[in-house]
Ligand binder design. Structure first.
Ligand code: TNX
Length: 541
């Protein structure tokens, strides 16, 4: 009874009143509604903290917004027969580590799962069955506090459903990072990839290297030379700074865990490290050069020099990072590392000879492998951008395929796990509408209709190789995104299309159906004060 069908049945549900996003894997609409009343109870097994945590979440939002005194109580056979919301534990394998079942009828609601995450996602779906006001923070007695009846068994297609936020180019306050995590969770995304360092800013406190944040978290946004003359509109001319203390990070990690979101921290190496070189010039190939935190965008030639000093630095930094982030994966970047500085460095040329390497690509691979070995020795695993394929992949690395899908295909063929995030479908920093009517973006055009067509599992792979495609991710690079409001504008609603792609079963998709659910879903985002790109959808309706 428990295996999901291979294809989705959601395409027929256009203009229903369920408006579930992502749409459940297996869904049947039923007649009637379950009405909440002052007497409604949420029932959980007395000794099941996972059920109770999810139930409390639902109860507190309901109490706040409906005003009904809905309480969580220990289940008894008599109460379970009444018009209540009953949590039940499934035997293992029924719906998987992230799945759940839900049956809503006029007589009551049954919620089933086998893990804390499953109960949590069931509550997310229950919230969507309720009036949008349940997402607010004020009491709305006039709303119809009931849910349409339905029966569903739900679980995701992919294990990794993520969004990346670049706080290196523009720092985003801790309170916004929490809101961003909330927004992932309500769309059943489970991974927040936190891009914490880049050429233009180092954003994470590292106790052993205080200058990383004292120096590396601040840039003078001065326009100089060629870039000022040729691209003045791309630079705001303002200084910028900001970083997270370790206490703030611990707090955010806890906050995310409650929402079943795992954080993948990213420390960029061996490229995109100029902010660190400004703080500790001895980590570069030319310490006398006078490195400064980056004040222009793009690929920067000054990169870490692969000396023993630098490896010690990487290990020290990663040791503090691993102490803060309990997740299995640590992202070590690996992208866009130009080799000019290494070509000009006598030290690097000697090292290449000494290690009997062919070229600078192999030197980059040597760097990644050494760092990977260290991270693996601590019981963790690395993720890197697809350039880590160049010069040979480190043994346990997971690859994020961003320069199209070729890197992902190649990595899967080499039996490495892959996360698909090709720029053409997943880069939410691109224009979402006619550029002449939109705020300055990085370039490229990616309307939500196009995002929604993306199929993450390449057909070029055999079924055995396809197993290595772990999932999908949207990326929000912030060169031209200065504030939380602007992040929300660029990310939403496009990220919701990615959330649905990561969740629903393989098979044809129907954009009209998605758009009709999305239109109603946006009322929920209104209650959450999300600055999504509204105009784009008004035009369509
Ligand atoms: C490429 S994607 C980069 C980023 C930029 C982005 C802009 C990747 C791994 N590197 O450094 O911000 O393009 O779209």
């Amino acid at each position: 009874c428990c295996l999901l069908p291979e294809t989705a049945s959601f395409a027929q549900t256009t203009d229903n009143e369920y408006n579930l996003i992502p749409f459940p894997a297996r869904f049947t609409g039923l007649p009637g509604r379950f009405a909440l009343a002052a007497s409604t109870r949420i029932l959980t097994a007395a000794k099941d903290p996972a059920q109770t945590a999810a139930a409390q979440l639902l109860a507190s939002q309901l109490k706040l917004t409906s005003g009904l005194p809905i309480a969580v109580t220990a289940s008894t056979p008599a109460l379970a027969k009444g018009k209540n919301i009953v949590f039940e534990k499934h035997t293992a394998g029924r719906c998987g580590p992230e799945g759940y079942t839900l049956r809503v009828t006029p007589e009551g609601v049954r919620v089933g799962a086998e893990t804390p995450k499953g109960y949590y996602y069931a509550v997310q779906t229950l919230m969507q069955l309720l009036p949008a006001d349940v997402y607010g923070s004020t009491r709305v007695e006039s709303a119809n506090w009931s849910m349409p009846a339905c029966d569903l068994l739900d679980r995701p297609r992919y294990a990794h459903r993520g969004l990346m936020l670049d706080v290196g180019r523009h720092f985003m306050p801790a309170a916004f990072v929490k809101k961003f995590i909330d927004l992932l969770a309500i769309h059943k995304m489970n991974t927040f990839h936190w891009h914490l360092t880049d050429d233009q800013g180092w954003r994470i406190e590292i106790k052993k290297y205080p200058k990383l944040t004292q120096v590396g978290s601040t840039r003078k946004q001065t326009l100089v030379g060629h870039y000022a003359e040729n691209y003045p509109q791309q630079y705001d001319g303002k200084p910028h700074s900001g970083f997270y203390t370790q206490d703030q990070i611990k707090d955010i990690v806890k906050y995310a865990a409650v929402r079943h979101v795992t954080i993948v921290p990213e420390i960029e190496l061996p490229g995109h490290g100029l902010a660190a070189l400004a703080a500790y010039p001895e980590l570069g190939c030319d310490p006398a050069k006078g490195y400064e935190v980056g004040t222009r965008w793009g690929v920067i030639r000054d990169v870490y020099c692969p000396s023993e000093k630098t490896f010690t630095f990487f290990q020290d930094v990663l040791t503090e990072v691993m102490a803060l982030f309990p997740g299995k994966y640590i992202h070590i970047g690996g992208d866009e590392c130009p080799k000019d500085a290494w070509k000009q460095s006598a030290f690097c040329q000697d090292l290449i000879k000494k290690l009997k390497l062919k070229n600078e690509d192999e030197l980059q691979s040597y760097v990644i492998r050494r760092v990977e070995k260290f991270v693996t020795s601590k019981g963790r695993a690395i993720i890197g951008w697809d350039e880590i394929l160049e010069g040979g992949l480190a043994p346990n690395a997971t690859v994020m395929s961003w320069r199209g899908i070729a890197g992902g295909i190649e990595a899967a063929k080499q039996k490495h796990n892959v996360i698909m995030t090709p720029g053409t479908f997943c880069y939410l920093d691109k224009y979402q509408a006619d550029p002449s009517t939109e705020p300055l973006s990085i370039g490229g055009y990616l309307p939500i209709e196009k995002v929604y067509t993306y199929e993450p599992t390449p057909t070029e792979l055999t079924p055995d190789q396809q197993k290595y495609i772990m999932g999908i991710q949207g990326n929000i690079w912030t060169e031209y995104i200065h504030t939380p409001d602007e992040v929300e504008y660029m990310a939403f609603p496009r990220a919701i299309a990615l959330a649905e792609i990561g969740w629903i079963p393989a098979g044809p998709r129907n954009f009209e159906d998605f758009a009709s659910r999305l239109k109603n879903h946006l009322k929920r985002l209104d209650r959450l004060t999300v600055n999504y790109a509204k105009r784009l959808l008004d035009v369509r309706s």
